[in-house]
Design a protein around this ligand. Structure first.
Ligand code: SF4
Length: 358
């Protein structure tokens, strides 16, 4: 056999993850998978037989092909080959590092440029709503397409765009050049700065280093049947026997399990009673605030503050983009869309207990 020998000894040239520092290319990845990597769990696909290495080398060949053709056509490009620069972005206390493919100057304006090579099926999905300016050459006008599907790339582009290097070079737009690996068709898209998307993507990683310090793994980010899990080299460890359960119902009467069922019922009962008690106290505090015309109460060493707040429905960056896309696609009527932004007011009761618990 030939095929069984061909990937032996291939090793992916990935920079190891360093504490406190994220790779921009992994911004949309599964946080749990990254946890396995950082905590040093051995991947199920050994380094000595790594198809990922081959996929990465393949990607580099497509990048080289685009660089060669850009140079041939006289474009002013830099940051390729030896000595490619790293860029970094700080978001809150997160530090991100990345390796942009290219910088390019067009009509006196500098852009970042990233080359992506996709198989035919993915390429078709990306150009579904694009304009075909020449046969096999597309311009994608809706960058939101890169926020969708498995392994989306928008997070990486936003981190590039918000980097110190982008600021230094005056870059406000990043070009994604997509190549169809099967047919060599090309598509380009200009990605603008999207601070809301940056918020969304970086919020996924909040608390990650806390988990790592405690040597714990974050929760699973994807479903077992997802493409992400199917391609993950920690899949067996992550899902284990729980991921292999048959779809059927069995009735059990093991005494330990019956006791566990009773514990669960008791727990739910406590939970319900606790909710009722907390709600009752809250109402009495609100009444007392009204009667005493005061937004701050001190009762038995509890400090209670009452304020009126407002919130806008579904107001997160990612959700707002998603709704906007659904509206444009005609899936959401304008009325339903507008309802999502209705402002509602509510009373916030914050309680601080000054009593030392024993
Ligand atoms: S199997 Fe899926 S959920 Fe588990 S670490 Fe991998 S990608 Fe994440």
């Amino acid at each position: 056999m030939i095929v069984e020998k061909l990937y032996e000894g291939e090793a992916a040239p990935r920079t190891p993850i360093r504490a406190g520092q994220f790779r921009m290319s992994m911004s949309e990845a599964c946080t749990r998978r990254t946890g396995y990597e950082f905590l040093g769990y051995p991947p199920e696909l050994s380094d000595a037989d790594d198809r990922t290495a081959v996929v990465m080398q393949d990607g580099n060949l497509h990048e080289q092909d685009i660089v060669r053709r850009l140079l041939l056509k006289g474009f002013s490009i830099w940051n390729f080959g030896e000595g490619q620069t790293w860029v970094s972005t700080k978001v809150g206390n997160q530090t991100w590092r990345g390796h942009p493919d290219l910088f390019i100057e067009i009509d006196g304006v500098t852009y970042g440029l990233d080359v992506k090579a996709f198989r035919d099926e993915v390429f078709r999905r990306e150009v579904a709503g694009a304009e075909e300016v020449l046969p096999g050459r597309y311009v994608i006008t809706d960058p939101a397409i890169f926020t969708e599907g498995p392994f989306s790339i928008m997070g990486q582009m936003q981190l590039y765009l918000h980097s110190e290097k982008a600021r230094e070079l005056g870059i406000t737009e990043w070009i994604v050049l997509v190549k169809n690996k099967n047919t060599a068709e090309l598509a380009e898209c200009i990605i603008p700065l999207m601070p809301d998307y940056l918020d969304y993507v970086t919020s996924r990683w909040r608390g990650f280093w806390g988990y790592m310090t405690a040597k714990r793994l974050p929760g699973r980010n994807f479903e077992k049947g997802s493409i992400e899990c199917n391609y993950c080299s920690f899949r067996e460890r992550c899902w284990g026997p729980l991921g292999e359960l048959r779809r059927r119902t069995v009735e059990l009467d093991d005494p330990d399990l019956v006791q566990a069922a009773q514990l669960w019922r008791e727990g739910k009962d406590f939970e319900k009673r606790a909710t009722t008690r907390l709600e009752l106290s809250r109402l009495r505090f609100e009444n007392a605030a009204i009667q005493n015309n005061s937004d701050r109460l001190l009762i038995d060493e509890l400090e209670i503050r009452i304020s009126i707040r407002s919130r806008t429905g579904l107001s997160t960056g990612y959700v707002s983009e998603l709704l906007e896309r659904l509206r444009r696609a005609g899936t959401l009527t304008d009325d339903v869309y507008n309802e999502c932004w209705d402002e509602t007011t509510y009373t916030e009761v914050r309680v601080a207990d000054r009593r030392k618990r024993g």
